[in-house]
Design a protein around this ligand. Structure first.
Ligand code: RUQ
Ligand code: CUA
Length: 666
């Protein structure tokens, strides 16, 4: 029965309920309990999938601390809505306020987390982002040219030399006329891998070079480490180069590939002038913490290496059946590839891979790239691991943990002899998993978190859509133990966790007002003013508990564009002020202490428009408000602003105006 069920699952690639449903209810609350007023041990940085954001949780409590907007506008913070942050979402396609965020990579030094930056991929309009871990805010967004879906990304080398971006879809390149029949895929579609360098001090990203590849689909990747440092491994599927019904046509071959790229060699070829300059168009957006403003630059060239000109730079390792995750163990010796449709998990040896290259143990070529003999690089296969292996993480004791999407479980196995040691059900269908430090050379072990795609029957139902969820396991002993279920936001894909102590002490608390060089800053209430430039009205405004200055504004006319440049004068931790005005077509803005942010608002009708602080900041937060008067086009009401003086801009016609009275102003 179980076998029949299992084969039904595999054929349909649907998820099935774990067989061991008796353990469905359980958990060890004491081990995940973090007493009120005490801290979690780990920060868990979790991708948000189709919400385009990332989220920050505490482990082991599973408490959600923050959602950080990355590729999507956030009405909560005003990210992508304020004038200052809109350029962050600029691309060569214009303003793109959403993306599909799958993987994150934490910066590393000497193979260990260093707690500086999170890098994130945008899978839809190919982009990379950098989030600063002192502010938990997005500092940079870089578009990737010659790419059509940035899935195998960001993934990082052991000293944060590079993150990568390999295209999910192969397409005609950006400088070609892409107006070709789709069924000319085989001759016209090409893949591309970008190596994006990271400035060691500022973290700034820069496309160092790209590699032109055969027209396959790239899925995931990992950098080598330790002995395999200098190499990068990418899983590819659709080596059939099918362009329709991929479900069938991209699963025809018995084996696809793991593409191994020697990036140190690529650097040499780049230096030797082997790269060709190609005209492209992509946006590079950077946020400046002194001007509190982002700038977007369109860049126009990229350096491309063609494998045909660069012998020895890349090799293909055959890998059974549509590989998904390709993960490198903490020593850097073993590369684990998970064939979604395979019945075993192949584990490759880097030492054998090197020897196979020396011995030229090749099995022909694929588009001019040598294919290594499968047996020559194979360390071994994990036999009968489960159904639908996707991703693998590692502990500090030489064990690997692989998620099984179809059979809804995580399987623990030993790398040295490939023996399966334990398996636990997950509820249900895990995608990625995360072990603190798991992708580094020094895993912390202790906990494992599974990110599940389906939660039927685990939570209170909420209509047609149910929450995605995470499950926390204790992996400190021989047997894996379930500790906690917790719902997650968006659709989590990959996540990483790092010790709380790495980040806690270096959190930025305020922005110093004296360092604020925003062109519209008011460094005190005395600097506030309102000025007109044509139909633009600029308001220099300040916020401090518990009033806005100015709080009475008159002389705005229908059709005017009003820019509220609000400076938060507070110099105290955790005292943001918000700003909103009736009828705004964007969102509120949330201004951190010492920061200036701008809300654009268009006066569309005559009347009185209240504005107010949106963040409950003091006992008199509700009093933190004001009024803006809009007069008709051509009105002679002069521009006027005040706070506390109660002196509006009065014209004679104005003075005795009372709504509803029959005007007797003789
Ligand atoms: S993945 S589908 Cu990381 Cu398994 Cu995107
Ligand atoms: Cu400021 Cu409420």
């Amino acid at each position: 029965m179980v076998l029949i069920l299992a084969s039904v699952c595999l054929i349909s690639m649907q998820s099935c309920k774990p067989k061991t449903t008796k353990t469905a209810v359980g958990g060890d609350a004491a081990k995940s309990f973090v007493a009120p007023g005490t801290y979690d041990e780990f920060y868990n940085i979790v991708s948000g999938g189709f919400n385009g954001q990332i989220a920050v949780y505490g482990i082991p409590s599973g408490r959600l601390f923050r959602i950080v907007p990355v590729f999507s506008q956030s009405p909560e913070s005003g990210y992508g809505f304020s004038e200052e942050t809109k350029p962050m979402l600029n691309t060569s396609h214009g303003f793109v306020p959403w993306d599909d965020q799958h993987h994150i990579a934490l910066s590393q030094t000497k193979g260990e987390h260093d707690g500086r930056w999170v890098f994130a991929n945008g899978n839809n309009t190919p982009r990379l982002a950098r989030i600063d871990l002192t502010t938990f805010r997005t500092s940079e967004v870089l578009e990737i040219p010659n790419s059509a879906g940035n899935h195998a990304s960001p993934f990082i080398t052991e000293n944060s030399e590079y993150i990568v971006a390999a295209t999910r879809f192969s397409v005609p390149l950006d400088d070609q006329n892409g107006d070709v029949p789709i069924n000319t895929y085989k001759q016209n579609f090409k893949g591309s891998i970008s190596f994006v360098s990271i400035n060691p001090t500022s973290g700034e990203m820069n496309i160092a070079f790209q590699i032109r590849t055969p027209g396959v689909n790239f899925d995931l990747s990992r950098a080598g480490k330790g002995k395999s440092h200098g190499w990068f491994f990418f899983s590819c599927y659709n080596t059939e180069k099918a362009n329709t019904l991929l479900e069938v046509n991209a699963s025809a071959k018995d084996k696809d590939f793991v593409m191994a790229v020697n990036w140190k060699k690529a650097e040499e070829y780049l230096k030797a002038g082997k790269a060709k300059k190609q005209a492209v168009k992509y946006a590079h957006n950077l946020y400046d913490e002194n001007t509190h403003t982002a700038a977007s630059t369109i860049k126009t060239e990229v350096f491309v290496l063609d494998p045909a000109d660069c012998p020895d730079m890349m090799y293909l390792i055959p890998c059974p059946k549509s590989p998904h995750g390709t993960d490198v163990d903490p020593t850097g010796e073993y590369i684990v590839a998970s064939g979604k449709l395979a019945a075993s998990i192949p584990v490759f040896s880097f030492t054998k891979f090197q020897k196979a290259i020396t011995d030229k143990a090749f099995d022909g070529e694929y588009d001019g790239i040598p294919v290594i003999k499968y047996e020559a690089v194979l360390h071994g296969e994990v036999a009968k691991p489960g159904l639908g292996p996707l991703h693998t993480e590692f502990d500090e004791k030489g064990n690997a943990y692989t998620t099984m999407f179809v059979s809804s479980e995580i399987v623990k196995w030993r790398i040295s002899d490939l023996e399966v040691l334990d398996r636990v059900p997950t509820y249900y269908s895990p995608g990625h998993l995360s072990i603190p430090g798991g992708p580094t050379a020094k895993p912390h072990g202790k906990y494992m978190i599974a990110y599940n795609k389906i939660t039927k029957d685990r939570y209170l139902p909420t209509g047609p859509e149910l929450t995605q969820s995470a499950q926390l396991f204790d992996i400190s002993g021989e047997k894996i133990k379930l500790l906690l279920d917790f719902p997650t936001t968006g659709e989590p894909h990959y996540a990483e966790a790092l010790p709380a102590s790495m980040l806690m002490s270096k959190q930025r608390k305020i922005y110093k007002i004296e360092e604020n060089t925003h062109p519209y800053v008011s460094k005190g209430e005395g600097q506030t003013k309102v000025e007109r430039k044509g139909n633009q009205v600029h308001v220099w405004m300040t916020a401090i508990r518990s009033h806005l200055t100015p709080d009475n504004i008159e002389g705005v006319k229908v059709g005017d564009e009003v820019y509220f440049h609000v400076t938060n004068l507070e110099q105290d931790w955790d005292v943001p002020h918000g700003f909103a005005i009736k009828g705004a077509n964007n969102a509120e803005i949330l201004i951190m202490p010492g920061e200036t942010q701008t809300l654009k608002w268009v006066a569309d009708r005559v009347g009185i428009f209240p504005f107010y602080c949106t963040d409950f900041c003091s006992a008199l937060h509700q009093e933190m408000s004001g009024y803006l008067r809009v007069s008709p086009v051509g009105s002679n009401v002069a521009l006027h602003f005040s706070t506390g003086t109660n002196k509006p801009s009065v014209t004679d016609a104005d003075s005795a105006k009372t709504i509803g009275s029959t005007s007797k102003t003789k």
